[in-house]
Design a protein around this ligand. Sequence first.
Ligand SMILES: [Zn+2]
Length: 282
Amino acid sequence: MTDQSTDSTKILHWQCAGCAVEYPPGPQPTGLCPICADERQYIPGGVQRWVSTEELVASGLQVEFTHLEPGLTALTCDGVGIGQSALLIETANGCLLFDVPGLITEAAVQYIRARGPLLGIVASHPHMYGVQQQYSQAFDDAPIYVASKDAEWVQYSSEAIRLWDEPFEVATGIWLHQVGGHFMGSTVAVWSAGAEGRGVLLAGDAIFPVADGNVTFLRSYPNRIPLSAAVVRRIAAQAGALEFDRLYNNFSGTVPSDAHQIVQYSAERYARWVSGEYDALT
Ligand SMILES: [Zn+2]
């Protein structure tokens, strides 16, 4: 226990120790984290644990920054949450945070501030909410865009949250689209200036790079729960209407080029398998 957590007069910012998603400041939450208790996730060790942001910071954990390509940086934090890789996109007018680290540090705030105002915060889906309110508060209550279909999963709300449904340009040259699948509101972003102007798809884990250079689509990654052929074809049709050549997910996965075509090929491979077309091979 740290000094912060033993001082009963201090307001702590609570997070689920499993997924790192934040809860309202105040008394330690009780019960289970609904995000981890859901069938798409799991409660590590079967025991719900909570941690405060203050404890995480005091333990010396840091947000690491990895340059991916001009204007795009990955923010990771080993030992916090489920190992997600958040992405910071720079535009001429400021930055967008797509997916959110499970930790905020003064160094992370300074890094982002040096790249212009934070125009908005977007999680691809609820596993990626991280400490989005704390990032918003550190940047003048920057708007947090939440897919309305997933609003029930937000554990710490505020007036910074903007619910949305229809595709829109969240920052100059960056469009958000809900493709669903993994979560009903699973969101991807098209960054048109990325990949030397050929376009980048920030896919969260709606569309997930795999070992052979293709991609997959799952309701649950840790529990390997599939989606139906119809849903995967729907996602592919939506992605097919977007312009991009490179894809990044939220776990440091990438399809460096030809991603548009690879998504179509992979979706068809997947749909044929889950619809029984190849059952004779099993
Ligand atoms: Zn959790």
